[in-house]
Design a protein around this ligand. Structure first.
Ligand SMILES: *Cc1c(COP(=O)(O)O)cnc(C)c1O
Length: 334
């Protein structure tokens, strides 16, 4: 089987632009001191202000449709981009959404939470003080309760994994890899690296699988936005394998073949960092593009640090995958 035959809903407006960020390059030392930087604009996928979840949800909603789901249930932080985009995807497919939100972040009616409400999602928020296994337990219980309640109302619930990071969602970034290679064809550019913000790992897994399936020139570098690297790395390796199986590829990637830099998330998920805020300002003031405080600002802070430390040289080319998230600016700030 290949992904052409998997059920899919059209949710993302693709191809998204792939363009050079020359003014950012100039600000970081110019052609003599800074690599060529290409922005892959997955903040422009559309689907309720866009972001990387659009590509994942195309395959996930395809499956939900086949299973005749009527309500999507998903989880995330109070400012979850994934929750907002899942709520929008549900509407586009004639379904409803229930969002179970927990963890750190502002809980007021702003940013993504405002959009969730406008989309008419049913929102349940869990105790913010729980962490670790207690938080996981509370979330699992809330999901099980929601499934039971919705079934009792005559609905057919479908649970979407955290961040859409399941094997089907992972395929979104296999497709995105092919799209970038198509865009680069004929341009005589062979990027050396692809940088992105790495959270629940579906994006990283898809990008890694994509580079192997389509023999892309770049090394994928994730900038972690939250702690828990060991478990997440294991999850990424498993997602690569399981998503590969969906398209008839046996791909085994060792955990030590995955590159994630864990030095840039500061105090943790959704906690802004000074370097992240500087990166957001720099990209706004050079390129007129908005990054976000939870993911892409931290990823750009990592990329800038790698450039300044000479990990990437001026003769090289790097793709920065802009995964979206700007609505978070309006609740969290920068
Ligand atoms: C979810 C998200 C990510 C991380 O993607 P994962 O597949 O969860 O690792 C990055 N950036 C933004 C803006 C996101 O919403």
């Amino acid at each position: 089987m290949s992904f052409e035959t998997l059920p899919k809903e059209r949710l993302a407006r693709t191809p998204t632009p792939l363009h050079e960020a020359t003014r950012l390059r100039d600000a970081l030392g110019g052609p003599k001191g800074c690599p060529r930087i290409l922005f892959k604009r997955d903040d422009l996928t559309d689907l309720a202000f866009g972001g990387n979840k659009a590509r994942k949800l195309e395959f996930i909603l395809g499956d939900a449709r086949v299973k005749r789901a009527t309500v999507l249930i998903t989880t995330g932080g109070p400012q979850s981009n994934h929750a907002r985009m899942t709520a929008a995807a549900a509407r586009l497919c004639g379904m409803k959404a229930m969002l179970i939100l927990s963890g750190p972040g502002p809980r007021g009616d702003a940013g993504n939470l405002l959009l969730d409400r406008l989309l008419g999602a049913e929102i349940r928020t869990l105790d913010a003080s729980l962490t670790g296994p207690a938080a996981e337990h509370a979330e699992a219980t809330a999901i099980a309760d929601a499934v039971r309640e919705l079934e009792a109302r005559g609905e057919k619930p479908y649970v979407v994994s955290l961040g859409g990071s399941d094997p089907l969602g992972t395929l979104g970034y296999v497709v995105a890899t092919r799209e970038m290679l198509d865009q680069l064809r004929g341009a005589e550019i062979r990027p050396n690296f692809l940088y992105h913000a790495s959270g629940s790992r579906g994006t990283q897994a898809g990008l890694e699988l994509g580079t192997r399936v389509f023999e892309a020139s770049w090394k994928v570098v994730g900038i972690a936005v939250s702690p828990g690297e060991e478990d997440k790395r294991r999850k990424a390796a498993r997602l690569i394998h399981d998503a590969g199986a969906l398209i008839g590829r046996e791909v085994l990637v060792r955990e030590d073949e995955l590159h994630t830099d864990v030095r840039y998330y500061g105090d943790g998920y959704a906690a802004p960092t000074a370097h992240g805020s500087e990166a957001i300002e720099l990209v706004a003031r050079t390129e007129g593009v908005f990054l976000d405080p939870v993911y892409t600002g931290k990823a750009m802070a990592g990329l800038i640090d790698h450039i300044r430390n000479g990990l990437i040289g001026p003769s090289q080319t790097v793709i920065f995958l802009h995964t979206g998230g700007a609505p978070g600016l309006f609740a969290i700030g920068a």
